[in-house]
Write a protein that binds this ligand. Sequence first.
Ligand code: F6P
Length: 334
Amino acid sequence: MTQPDIAHPNLAGIKRVAVLTSGGDAPGMNAAIRAVVRTGAQQGIEVVGVRRGFSGLHRGELQRLGPRDVANTIQRGGTILLTARSHTWRTPEGRAKGAAVLREWGVDGLIVIGGDGSFHGGHFLQEEHGIPVIGVPGTIDNDLYGTDHTIGYFTAVETALSAVDKLRDTGGSHERIFVIEVMGRHAGHIALDVAVAGGAEEVFIPEDKKPIGDVVAIVKDSVAKGKRGSIIIVAEGYQGGAEAVAEAIQEGTGLETRVSILGHIQRGGTPVSSDRILASRLGEAAVYALMDGKKGVMVGRTAGGITYTPLHETWEKRKDVSRDLYRCAKMLSI
Ligand code: F6P
């Protein structure tokens, strides 16, 4: 193989870009920051890191980042730039302060790594102040339209799955029902993957309007089939969460039931290879997007290629869970 040509035409004449992480952290965010910094360096573009997301932006918490500053970070969970959910940024005054900071620093474009809340923040900054913004999907929830997967999702599924496997051991030994709650405020992507990979008896997700009472018949049926324990997966966003589902089981069957809420453990840890690779590709693509003169879009990866989706569509359009996988979960829980 000959050496690949890594030069990319800088049609927009970009000289300096800023990058920040915002909202809930996700494993692989560091790999995305690293990709932005190193792609910038290779293309002769200066990269400035913003600490604490949009909160740090309007307070002027910026620092130059070079290739060595991101050494030894690809394998680390969390975000070296820190993150926050900013209330001030929701006000036009907060965004005006942030825009002034970016102008002071001579920034030609901003790369926002985060979820839909963060993209709202970027979208309004661009609309009101004309600063080009590129989004990079970083959230464990995988709930953004315009990309097959989001950075952090694969790791979160692995983390949740390893907990489910352990709970299955203890649940089976005690012949108990375990109701396990996984993250996903509005989306059941994590829940569905974990249910199929963890061999769960049932899964409750916010996208499905299945009544909570259905769980009683499902558990009774499992017992009748001779199962010695059951695993029920519930997405956090399903009405009442795991506690409500467990209560329904206890009341309807009298069987010994335990609840385990996995919570923020799913957001931490070493990113798995799929998240590191996705983050590396999307971080690189985000710099190229600015150089190409693109703005107000999220870079995503769909069917193996890089795609660009207007930021507002990432939250206005809905990425549905795989109905086929849902059917498969049902099929195999006999
Ligand atoms: O958006 C990612 C996410 O982990 C959701 O799954 C969860 O509902 C939320 O963030 C929790 O947010 P916080 O860390 O602010 O409690």
